[in-house]
Design a protein around this ligand. Sequence first.
Ligand code: IPE
Ligand code: IPE
Ligand code: MG
Length: 249
Amino acid sequence: MIAKQTALQQLPPDLDRERLPNHVAVIMDGNGRWAKQKGLPRIMGHQRGVDSLKALLRCCKDWGIGALTAYAFSSENWGRPLDEVNFLMSLFERVLRQELKEMMAENVQIRFVGNLEALPKSLQAEIESAMTATRNNKDIKFTVATNYGGRQEIVQACRAIAEKVQRGQLQPDQIDEILFERHLYTADLGDPDLLIRTSGEMRLSNFLLWQAAYSELYVTDTLWPDFDREEFHRAIYSYQQRHRRFGKL
Ligand code: IPE
Ligand code: IPE
Ligand code: MG
């Protein structure tokens, strides 16, 4: 999943290596508008968006960021025209198949989160084999949110906990934030420190609703297919100017 890029190969000198985000999340938005601006069909924007994601993954690895989570398809995106949905599903499948070898070589651990059971069976199989093959890779945790919805994730956690209570495996007073988090898709991943959204939209669109409680938000007008190392550099620079208070003084 890694694209070659020579500019900004090393961590830029104005960034502090000691205060990098551990976990970056990104809402990859604006593919359709990018294509429209160029007079191309929307799917060309999605196709180009893959290159941006590969480049960002490589950049995180180069700069020493240990976790990247990308929003690829929301639980609401099924509402798009069937042609576009079908294109995206086959794009995910094709990219996974093509990039597995390189993810192994680059020591990338890929995981998918979301309601995966509703995805096409052939995509589920590709996801399963990529997750299994890369499970012991250690350089970077790369999580792809596909058919993901933050509310749905919270509801399924509630259901799983309720079932444990019903079976007598858990007492209601044992339910706390730590236990709840263990029932989310992102258990063991930790919350994102920095959440980036491209294309200028200032909303979460149902992404990581629980996990983003104290994430630093960064919105850029740049459309996802144009998001590059320069842009990522700006996002991290902005992040490093912030004072994260977590409600304290
Ligand atoms: C983000 O780009 C990709 C997905 C949601 C799958 P969009 O397809 O939302 O692009 P815009 O927002 O219409 O420009
Ligand atoms: C959010 O983008 C979902 C992904 C990037 C996968 P959308 O384009 O679906 O979000 P809205 O509709 O603008 O809120
Ligand atoms: Mg969009």
